[in-house]
Design a protein around this ligand. Structure first.
Ligand SMILES: Cc1cc2nc3c(=O)[nH]c(=O)nc-3n(C[C@H](O)[C@H](O)[C@H](O)COP(=O)(O)OP(=O)(O)OC[C@H]3O[C@@H](n4cnc5c(N)ncnc54)[C@H](O)[C@@H]3O)c2cc1C
Ligand code: HEM
Length: 404
């Protein structure tokens, strides 16, 4: 599922009166937003336990990541509506929209979220929530919901499916160990031929307590017959996949979604990954090879330089090392690695100085929060030598805009 149309919020959708009320109450709501989000989820899951079991990621609920994500997104959106100088949170909305369609979220569920969210706001803020305050925040919620559902409908339309109808059976055809903690899985499934390089699927497994938990996995390869992913052992779903799902078993998968996709190849490309963050890069680099072979003939040289940077705990932990060596050799691309057990670090200044990094490149980043922050800071520090034209990134946890 993909659309080039960005989710756009109309800054003037709020009346002057509502905007005034939001400006006046934003500090109070902002100060209590985490508390509101926590109560919201608690109430919603007690009324709708099936949402926690089958739709939401209960690992993120335990760690508090999702509460922070929802709270930050609503506060960011409200601030944008009442402050002309605040940037439109297009990236944030795009990311949320893709995540929602990858889980089959539908418009009717926005009413459920609304009712529980507003119950939590009233509980936490008490008498401060007068009818005009409630009305103004209600308006903000539905403006945001309209932007999201409109964008999400566009994504469902792009795949020609009804809203929410994204689940397909995926039968495991092959399991292969890549490293001590990473396994590669190939599934037979329909609906993956239109995947954009860099996208992910949500895999759903039925756990021993009956919950059907979903997690996202970046697509490494895909065609009309199926797809493959690489999964690192971590918590309950990844461990369940490794310990209990065997060849011939069928699990749930959702149609491909995700905003981090390979753009037009009109400038140099640098991919930067850390750990299992190399999965979307593997998908993108192999797609680049396919594109070159089809458009310019087998074995042809890319018209812009490509550079692949990867950081990992150790050489043995680099799940796609063999593949990276193969594709970088085919693409005539330097492969630069940094392994923590050798005390190495990706140092963009040093690499730029050595002439390894192209100027004016599109950068694709994927890794942990701290790693991405570090790379973004380095890019910022060297922007007058590297002149990056675009920096795209994917995070495997739910709070990317906090990095901005
Ligand atoms: C867009 C996207 C693409 C992704 N692509 C990939 C991919 O290609 N390959 C891949 O392996 N992963 C990928 N991920 C990550 C993947 O979706 C899962 O998040 C990952 O597999 C962990 O899920 P889990 O169920 O195994 O762990 P969970 O049970 O969800 O736990 C996650 C982490 O939280 C910790 N945790 C659990 N409970 C608590 C608690 N109470 N307090 C503190 N910590 C706790 C666990 O120990 C674990 O480290 C991607 C994520 C996203 C969003
Ligand atoms: C205006 C309303 C909404 C807002 C502002 C919102 C916001 C968010 C945000 C910020 C994320 C995290 C995205 C990321 O991974 O970075 C998210 C994910 C998610 N949302 Fe929403 N959402 C809304 C409505 C809904 C509705 C109606 C549902 C359905 C019940 C829903 C279900 C989910 C689920 C299941 C996730 C993934 C959770 C996870 O993986 O932990 N959301 N949403």
């Amino acid at each position: 599922m993909y659309t080039d149309t960005a989710p756009q919020a109309d800054r003037h959708a709020l009346s002057a009166e509502h905007a005034e009320t939001i400006r006046a109450t934003l500090p109070a709501v902002g100060a209590h937003i985490t508390e509101i989000a926590q109560l919201f989820y608690r109430t919603m899951f007690s009324r709708h336990p099936e949402l926690l079991a089958d739709t939401f990621n209960r690992g993120n609920q335990r760690s508090g990541e999702q509460q922070k994500a929802l709270a930050a997104s609503v506060a960011t959106f409200a601030a944008m509506l009442v402050d002309e100088s605040a940037p439109s949170p297009v990236d944030l909305l795009t990311r949320i929209g893709h995540k929602h369609v990858s889980l089959g979220i539908t418009r009717d569920q926005y009413q459920v979220v609304h009712d529980n969210l507003f119950h939590a706001i009233a509980e936490v803020l008490g008498e401060a929530v007068t009818p005009p305050v409630a009305e103004a925040w209600d308006r903000v919620y539905w403006i945001m919901a309209d932007v999201l559902t409109g964008f999400e409908q566009g994504l469902y339309d792009s795949a020609g499916v009804d809203a929410g109808d994204v689940f397909v059976p995926a039968r495991l055809t092959e399991r292969r160990r890549l490293t001590g903690s990473v396994m590669r899985y190939s599934f037979a499934a329909e609906g993956f031929a239109a995947t954009r390089p860099g996208q992910y699927t949500s895999l759903g497994v039925r756990l021993p307590d009956g919950a059907r938990q979903l997690r996202q996995y970046s697509l490494v390869e895909w065609d009309e017959a199926g797809f493959s992913v690489a999964v690192q052992r971590d918590g309950e779903v990844s461990s369940h996949l490794q310990d209990h799902v065997r060849e011939g078993d069928t699990i749930d998968a959702t149609l491909p979604a995700g905003h981090l996709v390979l753009h037009q190849f009109t400038s140099p490309i640098v991919t930067v990954s850390q750990g299992i963050g190399s999965t979307p890069m593997a998908g993108m680099l192999m797609a680049l090879i396919r594109r070159l072979d089809t458009e310019q003939g087998a074995g042809s040289r890319p018209e812009h330089p490509i550079t692949v940077l990867h950081a990992d705990a150790s050489e043995d932990d680099y799940a796609f090392r063999d593949l990276a060596e193969e594709v970088t050799s085919r693409l005539h691309a330097p492969l630069v690695t940094a392994f923590r057990d050798r005390g190495e670090r990706l140092d963009l200044g040093a690499l730029a100085g050595a002439g390894t990094l192209p100027v004016g490149a599109q950068w694709y980043l994927c890794g942990g929060n701290a790693f991405l922050q570090d790379v973004r800071d380095q890019l910022e520090a060297h922007k007058t030598t590297l002149f990056p034209v675009e920096v795209h990134f994917e995070l495997f946890s739910p709070n990317d805009w906090l990095l901005r």
